[in-house]
Design a protein around this ligand. Sequence first.
Ligand code: 8X3
Length: 251
Amino acid sequence: MVENKSKHAVVTGASTGIGEATVRKLRSEGWQVVAVARRADRLERLAGETGAQVFAADITKDEDIDALAVFVSENGGLDTLINIAGGARGADTVGSANNDDWEWMFQANVMGTLKMTKAFLPALRAHGRGTVLNLTSTAGLVAYEGGAGYNAAKFAQHALTNALRLEEVENNLRVIEVAPGLVHTEEFALNRLGGDQAAAEKVYAGVAEPLTADDVAGVVSYAVGLPHHINLDQIVIRPVAQAANHKLIRK
Ligand code: 8X3
């Protein structure tokens, strides 16, 4: 049932976690992939292992995105844009929020998705069967204490995704949102908690089976691999142990 008629994807956030796993998964399914991230050394390793094309870029910087758009158009173009770059910084309450953390989260999650989408919309429209998949979060669906900055950024990315779907339907653009809950990756909690490894491990402590990056990558690749007339508008994916953000079972 799953078919890969569309086969040229650009994937951001590709140096680690869900982005990296998505590149591996798509490559294993025969997609041509341009993997994008800031860290060139990690991208080169990924290129060697998967055969993906790679492009080192900061998706919050206009000049980097301009150069990426030229690279993509000269290397086969794209029909599928997968915005995975983003993340959380800090777990402060609103009252003690760190402005720099908030600024970073808005840049990485919201402005990065916006700029990438704007840059590639002309090519996606011209293709005629384009897809944009945005990786948001369950943090973009329900707010929680200590999450406000990340919640606000992910709510905004969620809103952008919904508006885009409405605006681009006349161009036959498919717009998919994948919103994961607790995913145990190498860097997400570590980045959020300022590099404190012990605190990061506590996020997943006692949870029987948190999601893995591969779990989410499998769902992403399924969604973009479906025939183009099927749009999974919004996919919420959580580990069974997390019935809701506030209800996480730890043993
Ligand atoms: C991460 C999910 O549960 O930390 O996107 O908000 S959570």
